[in-house]
Design a protein around this ligand. Structure first.
Ligand SMILES: Nc1nc2c(c(=O)[nH]1)N[C@H]1C(S)=C(S)[C@@H](COP(=O)(O)O)O[C@H]1N2
Ligand SMILES: [Mo]
Length: 365
């Protein structure tokens, strides 16, 4: 990791009362969230899946593009797309979520991509198993981590880099980790990693490296920026912290009724209201979804439908007898590890993995 003498925004917390800056707005305009009403679809239609791009979408020519597999392997490989398509194709529905989802709701707010709650989507990814490709490359006995490098280049907190993330070898060998060349049955769109990306089901999105160019097997724990600095749970920015890995349990509702344009507060007609949404966890099955119609004082169970896949969200539904007045709707989920969502956010300095319960103000008339 080299720190260069180039202009680069530091990591910082917003001052008390400091609004979203133009820099954050620029990030928010590039990196868009799922529209929550799109959760009505089991599989997110093209263009509605959230997008997170640290630098620029790189210009990759599929005719000359290839993937190298090297490092601590007996048989280094160079694979073009035809060769990758010759591996047995696997299709898996995966709910992917950005580790920074919920960041902008924290106080103080870590200044970065200012996600509210919609940094999530579900796609059916098709590709070769990373395990099949690694089997051909034959990792040596020294292999520890598998570094996935993308074609995109930038500078982040003074460190110039190609976007790269590593997975422990044991995770990389999971049979559901893909080198995906299709999203929802079509070639990957540019913003989602064309021509090839990794998909690591169950992990926050940062590990699913897009625009893949290199897979490098190394003999030690990877010390690159995105593993060692960026995706860590830290109390203080200077801390080493703990690595961010799998997706914590979360439920989101489709806000009921219709919105006010400016505030997006909801207007709902009195009477029975079908409230619905999705719940997921990267750590196990969702076992419980609860709704509150009074800001979290009382909770009632929602009905959970079968999940779209072992690593994809489940639809849930509830019936609310809406009485005139102002209400705050909340939803929270629990997974089969016993983990459930906190009512107040667990703060950390980089705004990672904030799965605090969603709150939706509703006016019933
Ligand atoms: N090469 C590369 N891969 C990347 C990123 C990136 O900026 N560059 N962003 C990561 C992050 S932080 C997330 S959350 C997911 C987002 O994937 P999506 O844009 O397809 O939803 O891609 C990951 N893979
Ligand atoms: Mo992310």
């Amino acid at each position: 990791m080299t720190v260069r003498d180039l202009p680069s925004a530091p990591s910082r917390l917003a001052e008390p009362g400091e609004g979203i800056s133009a820099d954050e707005l620029a990030l928010a305009g590039r990196n868009h969230a799922l529209l929550l009403e799109a959760m009505r679809h089991d599989v997110t239609p093209p263009g509605l899946h959230y997008v997170l791009v640290h630098y620029d979408v790189p210009d990759v020519d599929p005719a000359t593009w290839s993937l190298s597999v090297d490092g601590e392997v007996a048989e280094p490989l160079r694979l073009d797309l035809d060769r990758l398509r010759s591996y047995p194709p696997v299709s898996i529905p995966v709910t992917m979520e950005c580790a920074g989802n919920g960041r902008a709701l924290l106080a103080p707010r870590p200044v970065s991509q200012p996600w509210l709650e919609g940094a999530v989507g579900t796609a059916v990814w098709t590709g070769a198993r990373l395990a099949d490709v690694l089997a051909d490359a034959a990792p040596t006995g020294q292999a520890v981590d598998v570094v996935l490098t993308g074609a995109d280049h930038g500078i982040e907190r003074g460190v110039e880099q190609d976007y790269a993330r590593a997975l422990p070898l044991s995770e990389a060998l999971r049979t559901d980790v893909l080198l995906a060349y299709e999203m929802n049955g079509q070639p990957l769109p540019p913003q989602h990693g064309f021509p090839l990306r990794a998909v690591v089901p169950g992990w926050y999105g940062m590990t699913s490296v897009k625009w893949l160019t290199a897979i490098t097997v190394i003999d030690a724990a990877y010390e690159g920026f995105q593993n060692a600095v960026a995706y860590r749970l830290k109390e203080e920015l200077e801390d080493v912290g703990e690595p961010v890995t799998t997706i914590a349990v979360r439920a989101l509702m489709i806000p009921p009724g219709f919105p006010d344009f400016g505030s997006r507060h909801r207007i709902v007609e009195a009477g029975p209201v079908a409230v619905t949404g999705r719940a997921w966890s990267g750590r196990g099955a969702v076992t419980r979804v609860e709704l509150s119609y009074d800001g979290g004082a009382a909770w009632t169970d929602a009905l959970i439908e079968p999940a779209v896949g072992p690593y994809a969200w489940a639809r849930w539904t509830a019936r609310w007898d809406a009485e005139p007045g102002d209400h705050e709707l909340c939803v929270r989920a629990t997974d089969d590890t016993g983990d459930s969502q906190p009512v107040t956010a667990r703060w950390n300095a980089q705004g990672m993995a904030n799965n605090a319960v969603q709150r939706v103000p509703v006016h019933v008339r």
